[in-house]
Design a protein around this ligand. Structure first.
Ligand SMILES: Cc1cc2nc3c(=O)[nH]c(=O)nc-3n(C[C@H](O)[C@H](O)[C@H](O)COP(=O)(O)O)c2cc1C
Length: 176
């Protein structure tokens, strides 16, 4: 059994990978792309962290990663998520966790949120289409709420609001 952690990440445009690599470097944890993850690999570690992106209100790949962890027999599972929502939006982030984790999981699974940004140039075709749909919908909407106005501004183009600072809670957790 390896007492260092394993960080499995799923990343399309690079934000999640960057945070995973930072946490790996700071804690000596092994960092692996989810495509190369398996229950066998996870079984070699006490702690397995799954990092992914927020995708239309969901944690991309969460169920699969959780199933792998459950098969593995590793002791502790934790999750981190990157997203365009700023860390200051505490209520939005809390609602996000409630939508994705059961009340039991909220207690049992340490979970961390890290603001990132948007990188249109590296998005998949489908993601670009989804973002275009959202932009059009918001543009046409009358009587926009403050939240909708904020979102309209934020999704207009690429930006990076990630910072090493947001990885600190995960790093502290991994350092035990
Ligand atoms: C189609 C789509 C949906 C998204 N949905 C959300 C969301 O619900 N909440 C959020 O905070 N960010 C959302 N984002 C922003 C991504 O979560 C953010 O860019 C993330 O850090 C990307 O991770 P990656 O670079 O590792 O792929 C969305 C982005 C796309 C393209």
């Amino acid at each position: 059994m390896n007492h260092k952690g394993l960080i499995v990440y799923k990343s399309r445009t690079g934000f999640t990978r960057k945070y995973a690599e930072l946490a790996g470097k700071e804690t000596g944890s092994r960092v692996v792309d989810y495509k190369r993850a398996s229950p066998e690999l996870m079984s070699e570690y006490d702690t397995v962290v799954f990092g992914s992106r927020a995708h239309a209100g969901r944690i991309d790949g969460y169920q699969k990663a959780k199933e792998m962890f459950q098969k593995s027999g590793a002791k502790q599972f934790a999750v981190f998520v990157t997203g365009a929502t700023p860390n200051t939006e505490k209520q939005v982030i809390q609602d996000f966790w409630k939508q994705n984790l059961t009340s039991g999981e909220l207690q049992k699974i340490p979970h961390f949120y890290m603001q990132s940004g948007l990188r249109y140039e590296d998005m998949s075709f489908t993601d670009k289409l989804m973002m275009r749909g959202l932009r059009t919908m918001l543009k046409r909407k009358k009587d926009k709420s403050d939240e909708e106005k904020r979102m309209e501004r934020m999704i207009a183009g690429s930006y990076d609001i990630s910072s090493e600072e947001y990885a600190k809670p995960l790093i502290s957790f991994l350092k035990g």
